[in-house]
Write a protein that binds this ligand. Structure first.
Ligand SMILES: [Zn+2]
Ligand SMILES: [Zn+2]
Length: 286
């Protein structure tokens, strides 16, 4: 029974989802009811081998390639025809390059019909990288990023020290870990950072949720020509006419939907504006 699904394409199917850090708990409640599908978590493969946030293993592929590879591994390990892989990344915001920024990707692959659908979302993140010899200061920093809901990781001395303590989720554990790191540190300093694994990072969970919604919308949009799901905005066309002289401006006029299976394109005029304001016109306002 899938009382909320009107999707016959995926109804009663199973999708393998490769995840080591419990991301299925975020993604399944969004995809399952509306697609009428079952998400099967695949944890037989150690995704940390493809890269970790704590620098033990550096991620070499791009974020999209890594997510795609994980979807393929999910299909191989499960024997199912559908697979999802996910990958997060942290950088600075694309606007001013000052705020820590989190991008989450979910790649769905249909291994039989050979197409993929990419769900994506992004937003601000809280990043902590701090070295101190004061527990009070360490605790303050942890609180600022939302500890204990946001888990933290400590290292002795500096960010590249091998003595590392993960899975710190209570104030008692934080204090004990701090004492242990001080003992292993030659100068009494302790390094603290936030644990960015999905189950340990509430802000990431929110972005992954949005990426799952984005994927859901795309999986429910079908190509008018070949009926493949994933028919979505791939580009925009500029040229909305100026309100005064009617010449084309650089303001967006249409969105282009493209089927990545058959290449069918559909242009959709923006419903909110018919003309661009004169201030955006290169002729009236050069
Ligand atoms: Zn098509
Ligand atoms: Zn004009």
């Amino acid at each position: 029974m899938y009382p909320n699904s009107v999707n016959f394409y995926f109804k009663a199917s199973e999708i393998a989802f490769l995840t080591k850090h419990k991301k299925e708990l975020i993604v399944a409640p969004i995809l399952e009811p509306f697609l009428g599908t079952k998400i099967k978590a695949v944890s037989t493969y150690d995704t940390d081998l493809l890269g970790t946030f704590t620098r033990e293993i550096k991620r070499v592929d791009t974020q999209l390639e890594t997510a795609r590879l994980k979807a393929q591994i999910a299909i191989e390990q499960s024997g199912l025809k559908y697979g999802i892989g996910s990958e997060g990344s942290f950088d600075l915001d694309p606007y001013m390059s000052i705020i820590p920024w989190n991008i989450e990707m979910l790649v769905f692959i249909d291994d039989i019909k050979k197409y993929e659908i990419i769900g994506m979302a992004e937003g601000p993140a809280k990043i902590l990288n701090f070295t101190t010899n004061s527990f009070i200061e360490l605790k303050e920093k942890a609180l600022q990023i939302g500890f204990p809901e946001q888990h933290v990781i400590l290292r002795a001395e500096s960010e590249n020290n091998d003595f590392i303590i993960k899975n710190i989720t209570t104030f008692n554990e934080l204090y004990r870990a701090y004492r242990k790191c001080v003992k292993k540190s030659s100068n009494g300093m302790v390094f603290i950072e936030n644990d960015l694994r999905a189950y340990a990072c509430p802000s990431r969970q929110e972005i992954i949720k949005l990426a799952a919604i984005n994927l859901l919308m795309k999986m429910h949009s079908f190509c008018p020509s070949c009926n493949t799901p994933g028919f979505w905005v791939s580009d925009v066309e500029k040229g909305l006419p100026c309100e005064y002289c009617k010449l084309p401006t650089d303001v967006i006029k249409e969105q282009v939907y493209t089927c990545q299976k058959c290449g069918f394109k559909k242009l959709t005029e923006r419903p909110d504006l018919k003309y661009a304001e004169q201030m955006y016109c290169n002729y009236c306002n050069p």
